[in-house]
Design a protein around this ligand. Structure first.
Ligand code: NAD
Length: 544
């Protein structure tokens, strides 16, 4: 029976808990952290609603304490990928046919479970597995993921309501069908919320999904899967597997029922995916949706009229929170000569106060980078500067140590060359490079900024002069998908700053917004004529 219009009201953003000393949430989180750390987790795949284990177990260790073993996950082989696709396709018809209010209820329940019963377990998993401090985990694995779930339910309700006009004599309507096949969600290590959002946003629209997270995020991804199952997600709708990237790509992109990929990760991987999909285009039943958010070389441009303390704070938080491993993190800054010395002095003094260490000591602002590969790649850039012959120098930081974990000091580099390698390439670590321009040449400096990197993800300007703010906002129109005025370039909130970049940074489909959901729908237009005409002749061709 379908005899009511079900509505889901606009949600409010989940309140961020502060974890101040003595607070109930701090005690609860510390307790859960200690419990999880003392347990050895055995993490299965989830295919067709069943826990699946393999003979190939891989270790999970905290990036900040590599001697400690948190548990294992069961790696997937080619057969598991095929099984996940088959399970998804078998679940498709019932899932697509489920009434919206029932589908939505599952995700609303998941959001509530995450906000209450599972909040500390999810945050503790993100802290241990991905080396986030308590606050960074709270804004990611609790608040942002809760917001993604609740806001997407609201946005989808808005889409379903959009109907064409029906003049007298007919009924017109739009059905928002899911895609005809399965969606592949491939997710990165750095946000538990992205890991949760990419499969659920497609599933919410009625699609069935194969979800492959980064190996370094499996520890928290599996907690989210437990929540989805408790919330009532039917078997086969989202199948969580752990194959290597190339294996999942090779099998999924050759499958005739491949209907779309929802990806977040590095630019090179996304470009290769696009090529494989192109190579296989004649195999598919429909044209696959390709949605990808990828790398960035995010900037902070300080205008000669900027508030110095605001700029320093934006640079510090924007560059070094979560060790610079946010796709939105500031990694190149342009300072005007009239303010440069003061900004550098204050920045270096503030960076010196940042404490670095494991996540269970809540005083630490900086924790470890994700793994050895990242450690080697980031420190390579620091070493280039250390051996440079004058065009760059380390202003502060530059130290690194892997004895206990993958620790790299927050590092500020100063260069005299705006095209210096660390001004151009994505480093994805706690490394900021500064270039100083002549204050009266700020318009030319904007051109340099705009043409320095292939990316256009996030960027921030700091200025007090409103004419300058207006000029910069226009001049940098294509340089960032998320543009900030007098604020750091990180910390986008669902429903407030829809997130995504252009140019090489991605397809800019704005995760957690109504725009993104359209990509997982294929509309069918239905016209019904009440009294059909019974004669083909029009008046115009009758004889005079
Ligand atoms: P990554 O590209 O190494 O991995 C992302 C995912 O792709 C992982 O699940 C990985 O296993 C998989 N993968 C790797 N090779 C593959 C292949 N050949 N075929 C199929 N899948 C493959 O990225 P990462 O290190 O997890 O994340 C960091 C990157 O993600 C950075 O470049 C960052 O800028 C980007 N990122 C972008 C956004 C955004 O919204 N624009 C958000 C977060 C991260």
């Amino acid at each position: 029976m379908n005899n009511a219009y079900f509505d889901f009201a606009a949600p409010k953003n989940e309140t961020v808990l502060g974890y101040a000393p003595g607070s109930a949430e701090r005690k609860a989180l510390q307790k859960t952290l200690a419990e999880m750390k003392s347990q050895m987790r055995d993490i299965p795949m989830y295919i067709d609603g069943e826990e699946v284990r393999s003979d190939n177990k891989k270790e999970i260790r905290p990036p900040h304490e590599t001697k400690h073993l948190l548990g294992h996950f069961h790696a997937s082989d080619e057969q598991h990928v095929h099984d996940a696709i088959d399970a998804a396709l078998a679940a498709r018809d019932s899932w697509a046919a489920m009434a919206w209010e029932h589908r939505a209820a599952i995700f609303m329940k998941a959001a509530e479970l995450l906000a209450t019963k599972y909040r500390f377990r999810m945050n503790a998993a993100t802290m241990l597995g991905q080396s986030k401090n308590a606050y960074q985990a709270e804004i990611d694995s609790a608040c942002e993921l809760i917001d993604f779930l609740r806001f997407n339910v609201y946005f989808l309700t808005q889409i379903y309501k959009q109907q064409p006009i029906s003049p007298v004599g007919m009924n017109n309507s739009m059905e928002y069908r899911p895609l005809e096949g399965f969606v592949l969600a491939v997710t990165p290590f750095n946000f538990t919320a992205i890991g949760g959002n990419l499969p659920t946003s497609a599933a919410m629209c009625g699609n069935v999904v194969v979800w492959k997270p980064a190996n370094t995020q499996i520890y928290s991804a599996s907690v989210f899967m437990e929540i989805l199952i408790e919330a009532g997600l039917p078997g086969g709708v989202i199948n969580l597997i752990y194959p290597s990237g190339p294996v999942v790509g090779e099998i999924c992109f050759r499958h005739p029922a491949f209907a779309g990929v929802h990806f977040t990760g590095s630019t090179g991987v996304f470009q290769n995916m696009w090529k494989s999909i192109g190579d296989n285009i004649a195999r598919y039943k429909s044209y696959p949706r390709i949605v990808g958010e990828t790398g960035g070389k995010d900037f902070v441009f300080v205008h000669p009229t900027a508030n110095v303390d605001a700029a320093v704070t934006g640079l510090l938080r924007g560059s070094f929170e979560y060790q610079g491993q946010k796709c939105s993190a500031a990694s190149r800054a342009y300072l005007p000569a009239n303010l440069a010395e003061e900004i550098k002095k204050k920045l270096v003094a503030e960076v010196a106060t940042l404490k670095m260490g494991p996540v269970d000591n809540f005083e630490n602002f900086v924790n470890a980078v994700i793994d050895e590969k990242a450690f080697n790649s980031i420190t390579k850039y620091i070493d280039i500067v250390k051996s440079s012959n004058g065009d760059a120098r380390i202003l502060c930081g530059g130290g690194y140590d892997k004895k206990k974990g993958w620790f790299i000091e927050p590092t500020v580099i100063e260069t005299t060359d705006p095209s210096y390698v660390t001004m151009c390439e994505e480093i994805f670590g706690p490394v900021l490079t500064i270039y100083t321009y002549e204050a009266d040449q700020w318009m030319q400096a904007l051109d340099v900024l705009d043409n320095t990197s292939p990316y256009a993800l996030t960027g921030a300007i700091f200025a007090q002069d409103r004419y300058a703010i207006e000029y910069m906002t226009k001049a940098l129109v294509n340089s960032a998908g998320n543009f900030y005025i007098n604020d750091k370039p990180t910390g986008a909130v669902v429903g407030q700053q829809p997130f995504g970049g252009a140019r090489a940074s991605g397809t800019n489909d704005k995760a957690g917004s109504i725009l993104n959901l359209y990509r997982w729908l294929s509309a069918r237009t239905i016209k019904e004529t009440h009294v059909p005409v019974e004669n083909y002749r029009y008046p115009f061709h009758q004889a005079d």
